[in-house]
Design a protein around this ligand. Structure first.
Ligand SMILES: Cc1ncc(COP(=O)(O)O)c(C=O)c1O
Length: 457
């Protein structure tokens, strides 16, 4: 690409670090600069339209510009644009949002702790877990079990819970107390002849074996997303959470549901915990909490956890934890209004109405020679690209098939979230059935283009 000196492209390359990007390649390719958003579409500086199949980073639930939320932010900024909630200070919208989240929670929850990102919510939860076991007189319970390929954030503790090798490589992570159990990806990891239920039983057994090997008296908590997002939009196999939760209960291990992606309608219920009948002790949530338009996250905790936290606060003299922008009046005002919009539009009814087109359209792609599997629920799911459908063999990484798919998708006006050999779909929740059809039309053309080029080469 030719860089024009002083262009935005050149300035970007000269000055900006891009997360989850190849830094050297970026010097060559430069950025895609998005300058406008409307509904489920975004536009680059040349006015090219892209259908955003992943709602940005799974978060722009109401699309890429929402005037009503802009007005609320403006009004709040002019009324009181900042005040913290440290040392007994408070603000109206933080109070109202906390109360609303407790009212909405899928299981009885007692208190809400605000942060600014999903990573911080999970990071905070790690500390709360450790406080909890101190208060219970069992400080040796420190180990936290996550799952291979799970993603819970980028701060050092959240990355430690995560099970993605690239998040650990070259950084000395995970921290000592963190362990990882099996990746419950039935399509990819099933044994010959193994049913989904049998696979789930094997996953639960692997968790129990790990707990026993570590010593149950040292295990503090288990973390899981209802649907694994950045691991590839992988749905839990049948019976998985029922069996996993039985193991957790047996050893009195805390369960934290990471609802950062699944919370607020993504799986066809308000919470992924409702879709999969989870009984978590704490819930982390973010993203669609503010429709992705403000950086806010929340950690919900039940009364048992809160009581323990209070004991620790008594011992130390206060709760020695917090963030300057936690409970920020503008982020909480926007989140509160977002939840009002969800109520008014009956978000869950909308997602359920669009779900057949979303899941059915995805399943229809299974007939494509490049697609081995498609599975989705609500408005989240993925297709898996394979070289050979019968053996589920993948293309070698050097062939860069996924890179070609991403490039062809762009040409066809589609922005995709590609994870390994999977293509995740999690469009804005306001997407219509007709727009879902258009998304898959562009996807099929993209797959055809990619296959066509492969055959030529
Ligand atoms: C399940 C899950 N948890 C946590 C996070 C981290 O959230 P954030 O990027 O806001 O720190 C993410 C981000 O994608 C996520 O998908």
């Amino acid at each position: 690409m030719t860089q024009i000196p002083n262009s935005l492209h050149a300035l970007d390359v000269a000055s900006l670090i891009h997360p989850q990007s190849n830094l050297r390649a970026h010097l060559e390719t430069g950025p895609t600069i998005i300058t406008k958003g409307k509904g489920i579409f975004v536009y680059d500086e040349d006015g090219r339209e892209f259908l955003e199949a992943a709602a940005g980073l799974w978060c722009a639930s109401l699309g890429f510009g929402v005037e009503r939320l802009a007005r609320v932010a403006y009004e709040q900024m002019t009324k009181v644009g900042y005040y913290h909630i440290y040392r007994h200070a408070s603000n109206e919208t933080a109070i109202e949002l906390a109360a609303k989240l407790i009212e909405m929670a899928p299981v009885p929850m007692s208190k809400v702790f605000f942060q600014c990102s999903g990573s911080e919510a999970n990071d905070t939860a790690v500390k709360v877990v450790w406080y909890f076991w101190h208060a219970m007189g069992k400080p040796e319970r420190r180990k936290i079990i996550g799952r291979k390929m799970a993603y819970h954030g980028s701060t050092c503790a959240a990355a430690s819970i995560s099970g993605k090798p690239d998040m650990h490589q070259e950084s000395g992570l995970p921290f000592d107390a963190f362990r990882h159990t099996e990746f419950p990806h039935y399509y990819r990891n099933q044994l010959p002849g193994e049913t989904e239920e049998q696979f789930s039983a094997r996953m639960a057994q692997a968790l129990e074996d790990l707990i026993v090997a570590e010593g149950p008296e040292t295990v503090a908590a288990f973390w899981a997303e209802p649907v694994m997002g950045a691991g590839g939009a992988v749905l839990p196999p049948k019976g998985y959470f029922q069996k996993i939760q039985a193991v957790l209960k047996k050893y009195d291990i805390l369960f934290i549901a990471d609802e950062v992606i699944c919370g607020f309608g993504r799986t066809g219920n308000m919470w992924g915990s409702q879709t999969y009948d989870l009984q978590p002790d704490m819930i982390s949530c973010a993203k669609a909490l503010s429709a992705g338009l403000q950086p806010i996250s929340a950690l919900l905790m039940n009364e048992r956890v809160f009581q323990a936290l209070m004991i620790e606060s008594d011992k130390v003299g206060h709760l020695a934890h917090g963030y300057t922008y936690a409970g920020h009046p503008v982020t909480t005002a926007v989140a509160l209004e977002t939840l009002k919009i969800y109520d008014e539009m009956d978000l869950i009814a909308h997602v359920k109405a669009v779900e057949p087109a979303f899941v059915g359209g995805m399943k229809a792609l299974e007939d494509h020679p490049l697609i081995g599997e498609a599975s989705g629920i609500g408005l989240i799911g993925a297709i898996e690209v394979v070289k050979d459908k019968a053996t589920r063999q993948m293309f070698p990484a050097e062939a860069d098939v996924m890179g070609q798919i991403a490039a062809n998708a762009r040409k066809n006006g589609l922005l995709l979230r590609i994870i390994g050999n999977r293509i995740a779909f999690s469009p804005p929740l306001v997407i219509s059935a007709a727009e879902v059809d258009e998304m898959y039309r562009r996807m099929r053309v993209t797959l055809d283009d990619t296959l066509g080029a492969m055959r030529v080469n």
